[in-house]
Unconditional design. Structure first.
Length: 270
């Protein structure tokens, strides 16, 4: 399907890893110009080369600290200078090594760090991107949340709270920006082998016999440790959610706003 993304200007934060990277690749393959925002320059350089190879006519990136308002504002100032407008903003960055644990194991600093990257990073990016989105012929915002907001687990209380705030933010923005014809939606992945999940699996004791890159092993651990099984007997591959994010953030999606799209392997019905 042609998503109407030829020469569209797309910014993906958290675009060098996991689901953000998968989304950036889908936008690039459909002919969009893609800018990725991430902290590490090496990851940006490797991602930009891959996006160019997929067909993006203008792939580039900006080293950005998403927890810093000045850093985020500088990144979008660079986008404005290069493109003048932005059609699609994808907020895919999320907590990786914080927010995991039971309530009594997480202190105030970790709560704040979890919300800083899990919710406030999107707040900063939307605020900085708004003039560019309003200047575009058409505009979309896609916020990546999590299916765990619907199926609570005591072991990911801070992470889930931050993602629930992201979902609420999306809904509110969809109402506020409807008059500007800026569509705002949430995509909520279920159990995916994300960069954060790979790190979690790698840290498990060897006696658990887990291959950190096995979708089947990942789902087994997710069921055992977090109580989030799915009908499909495996976790999702980030490549399977990229096309969903790309559609939601595309011109073809012309009437869906305020929605929360689950991509969860059937876990919504367990």
């Amino acid at each position: 399907m042609d998503l109407g993304l030829r020469d569209a200007a797309v910014v993906v934060n958290g675009g060098t890893k996991g689901m953000g990277r998968a989304a950036a690749e889908c936008f690039a393959a459909d002919g969009a110009k893609v800018c990725v925002l991430a902290r590490g320059q090496a990851g940006i350089d490797e991602t930009v080369a891959a996006l160019a190879a997929l067909g993006s006519p203008d792939a580039w990136g900006v080293s950005t600290d998403l927890t810093s308002r000045p850093s985020v504002e500088a990144a979008f100032a660079a986008v404005g200078e290069r493109w003048g407008s932005c059609n699609t903003l994808v907020n895919a960055a999320g907590p990786v090594d914080v927010g995991i644990g039971a309530f009594d194991a997480i202190d105030d600093d970790e709560w704040m760090a979890t919300f800083d990257i899990g919710t406030l990073s999107a707040v900063r990016c939307v605020r900085a991107a708004l003039p560019l989105l309003r200047a575009a012929e058409w505009a979309r915002i896609v916020n990546v949340s999590a299916h765990s907001t619907k199926r609570q687990s005591p072991e990911i209380v801070a992470y889930t709270a931050a993602k629930a705030a992201m979902t609420s933010l999306s809904k509110n923005l969809s109402v506020w920006l409807a008059g500007d014809a800026i569509l705002v939606n949430t995509v909520s992945p279920g159990s995916f082998l994300s960069a954060g999940m790979v790190g979690y699996l790698e840290a498990l004791p060897a006696e658990r016999g887990v291959d950190p890159h096995s979708l089947v092993d990942a789902m087994r651990v997710i069921g055992e440790d977090f109580g989030h099984p799915a009908h499909l007997p495996r976790a999702g591959d980030p490549a399977e959610i990229g096309p969903v994010i790309a559609f939601v953030g595309s011109r073809v999606n012309s009437y869906m706003t305020g929605a929360n799209v689950n991509v969860d392997g059937g876990s919504d019905f367990c």
